[in-house]
Design a binder for this molecule. Structure first.
Ligand code: ATP
Length: 364
């Protein structure tokens, strides 16, 4: 939670104690967040968690029931959108169909009469978003990806300090989406424009953001760099929402030891309070060994399934002494140099202590 000292240090954008209710329903519940100048921040969460509500409050398109929005330390909660310094791009390209690309981009540039100067700016922007020479085309003649490039150029036309993006890539097909995602990231860094993007796509958020804000039911679950979010999910919700996970039912044996089936597993950190836990481990942290070595957190497992997936091989493992448990594992080709893994084979498996995280059973 940003304290007064942090807010007075004037991050580019901050929201403090922001809430928005619709009747009895709380869409946004006491949300606080601070964003540094030049940072790329993604709001990530399932449908209905309040991402768009938060973005609209930052844009001044909606008014909060409680809390403040601050830009460079100044309270802008009640400032009309036109007097805020941002450009915005929505999921649906929202271009004016009856205006040319050039006129769409120049729409917000003033004064309107300085057309020659705007022509130069439009050319610059079209180069920037990778659509040189598209000035005289009309939106209907452009692909989805091209329309979104124009929408981006329009949002950047006035050189805003803040760029707001609401699912800008999710209407595009996968190939175009990945390409535009990479370009957007490069462009953002080149311009140094502070950026807040809404997405429900965890892979997209991890790939593009400097920091990710994971939201759930109107609240922030975790704020962190992509690797913090992926490696150290703060809650079971985050662990389930981001990436792939194995879950094992575990019981406390000691402060950092649990029992799973007939195995004892050592953890890299002390257990939270309670006796029953859901133990989390990523598939790539389930390490298949070539040879058995007696060591902590090592067990034998029967290979139930092998699926080739290009750079990876995905395994389903049935660990001995853990009835009913199936572990997903991912192998790079280099991890098993001499042998191939086949169904029915018994393999040694290690679960590294520092890769196991225990969440209290029942908690979200
Ligand atoms: P999505 O990815 O589906 O857009 P989101 O995380 O952006 O999800 P919001 O659009 O912020 O979610 O909506 C949060 C919740 O508030 C939703 O349950 C939505 O139904 C509700 N909501 C949003 N706007 C209104 C409104 N004008 N009136 C009533 N309820 C609303």
């Amino acid at each position: 939670k940003p304290d007064d000292a942090f807010l007075s240090a004037a991050p580019h954008l901050a929201v403090a104690g922001l809430s928005r209710r619709y009747g009895a329903f709380t869409a946004l519940d006491d949300v606080s967040l601070a964003i540094r100048k030049g940072e790329f921040v993604c709001l990530l969460g399932p449908s209905g968690c309040g991402k768009t509500t938060l973005l609209r409050l930052v844009a001044g398109l909606d008014t909060p029931d409680a809390g403040r929005v601050l830009a460079h330390g100044a309270d802008i909660t009640r400032l009309p959108p036109a007097r805020r310094d941002y450009g915005i791009v929505f999921q649906s390209y929202a271009l004016f169909p009856n205006l040319s690309v050039a006129d769409n981009i120049a729409y917000g540039l003033t004064p309107r009469r300085e057309r020659a100067r705007h022509r130069e700016r439009v050319r610059e922007l079209l180069d920037l978003v990778g659509l040189p020479g598209a000035e005289d085309k009309y939106p209907a003649a452009l692909s989805g990806g091209q329309q979104q490039r124009v929408a981006l150029a329009r949002a950047l036309a006035t050189s805003p300090g803040l760029l707001l993006l609401d699912e800008p890539l999710s209407a595009l097909d996968a190939r175009v989406r990945d390409k535009l995602r990479d370009e957007l990231k490069r462009l953002q860094k080149k311009l140094g424009v502070t950026t807040l993007m809404v997405t429900h796509d965890q892979a997209e958020a991890l790939a593009i953001a400097d920091r990710v804000v994971v939201m759930n039911a109107g609240r922030i679950e975790q704020v962190g760099t992509p690797s913090e979010i992926y490696r150290q999910p703060a809650s079971r919700f985050v662990a389930e929402f981001v990436g792939e996970a194995n879950w094992l039912a575990a019981r406390r044996v000691a402060d950092d030891v649990v029992e799973v089936g007939s195995h004892r597993l050592v953890l890299g950190q002390a257990l939270p309070a309670g006796d029953a836990f859901s133990l989390f481990v990523r598939p790539e942290d389930v390490l298949v060994r070539e040879r058995w070595q007696a060591a902590p957190n090592t067990l034998l497992a029967r290979v139930a399934d092998v699926a080739f997936a290009g750079a990876l091989t995905r395994l389903k493992l049935a660990p001995e002494g853990m009835p009913g448990v199936t572990l997903s594992a991912e192998l790079c080709p280099s991890m098993l140099s001499r042998q191939t893994v086949v169904p029915g084979q018994i393999v040694p498996v290690a679960l590294p202590a520092e890769r196991l995280i225990a969440y209290p059973e029942g908690a979200r």
